[in-house]
Design a protein around this ligand. Structure first.
Ligand code: HEM
Ligand code: HEM
Length: 255
């Protein structure tokens, strides 16, 4: 069957009509692919390791906890801290080496210059936390301005923990850096601990969807990595419109 200059078979024509009918009846939902399987696995393993490192680190850091737990539990915590520490460093490194373009993309987003919408978003963020129903947030690019800052701090603190942690392992098992250097490395490890604890808590509060407007977004990292068109437009308006126009990462699903 021919329809103007474009030849469409009767079968395709019927499928197109059925699709348009489903769209108009709201039976088809559109999603945008946001995170690859590799990114989700890397995030999941690193995030879980990070939580375990915070907990096990506390058993060394807080004397009252060390005493209450007893020597066997403390030894287990210290050993697990070293093993999981290696996972925390190795998994993102290997993942980054396997996908250097992905790493470049993440860092390009983190260092994108803030435009007027980005500045407005940051100014409105704290009132928005308490009055989300009444505040319309400005459109955002792929990563929101505040999110860029918070993710950047997680990357920075994560790298600091990785480097200082490995130095602590090397210093206690294979080399002697001396008391002063060991003290300085431990201090940096403690500073990183506080940074990561603060930013990871804020990140987990938003990422897990405890805050109502973010409900369901955990799926982006702990699910199929896709965001519904409506959520994408609400959270990252500029990015969503670009992706919809490009269409490459848009997936249509029947309800
Ligand atoms: C999110 C990442 C991490 C957090 C939150 C964390 C937290 C902590 C804390 C709170 C301490 C106690 C510091 C003190 O006593 O002043 C500690 C000690 C230590 N950390 Fe980490 N750490 C992390 C990553 C790592 C990594 C990646 C490694 C190495 C692979 C590592 C190896 C060590 C070692 C060797 C110690 C000394 C503890 C001991 O003597 O058993 N840490 N960490
Ligand atoms: C259970 C707790 C966590 C949840 C629910 C969670 C959730 C999420 C979600 C939904 C995203 C995607 C955001 C987006 O698409 O814009 C994300 C990204 C990210 N998360 Fe988490 N997260 C958790 C723990 C952590 C921890 C502990 C860390 C620290 C190492 C971390 C580091 C990151 C980073 C660096 C990104 C950005 C990744 C990228 O730019 O591709 N997350 N997280």
């Amino acid at each position: 069957m021919s329809n103007g200059p474009v030849r469409v078979s009767a079968e395709d024509m019927a499928l197109n009509k059925a699709f348009l009918k489903m769209m108009s009846e709201g039976k088809v939902e559109r999603f945008i692919k946001r995170h690859s399987l590799q990114a989700r696995l890397t995030h999941g393993i690193t995030a879980m390791s990070c939580i375990w490192l915070c907990l096990s680190g506390l058993f060394v850091f807080v004397p009252a906890l060390t005493q209450a737990a007893g020597p066997d539990a403390v030894l287990f915590m210290r050993m697990s801290h070293r093993v999981i520490g290696v996972v925390f460093v190795a998994v993102p490194l290997v993942s980054g080496l396997l996908a250097p373009k992905g790493v470049a993309h993440v860092f390009k987003n983190l260092f994108t210059k803030w435009d007027s919408d980005d500045k407005k978003w940051m100014k409105l963020f704290f009132p928005y936390l308490f009055m989300a129903k009444w505040i319309h947030m400005p459109d955002q690019h792929e990563v929101k301005s505040g999110q860029r800052f918070a993710d950047g701090m997680l990357w920075f603190a994560g790298a600091l923990m990785g480097v200082t942690g490995i130095l602590l392992v090397v210093g206690s098992s294979w080399a002697d850096f001396g008391m002063a250097a060991h003290g300085a490395i431990l201090l940096l490890h403690d500073i990183g601990f506080f940074l990561i604890a603060i930013f990871a808590m804020a990140h987990m509060f938003l990422g897990s969807g405890i805050f109502q407007p973010y409900r369901g977004l955990a799926k982006l990292m702990f699910g199929n990595g896709m965001v519904s068109e409506s959520d994408a437009l609400y959270h990252w308006g500029h990015w969503a419109r670009e992706e919809i126009a490009l269409g490459e990462n848009v997936v249509e699903k029947r309800r």
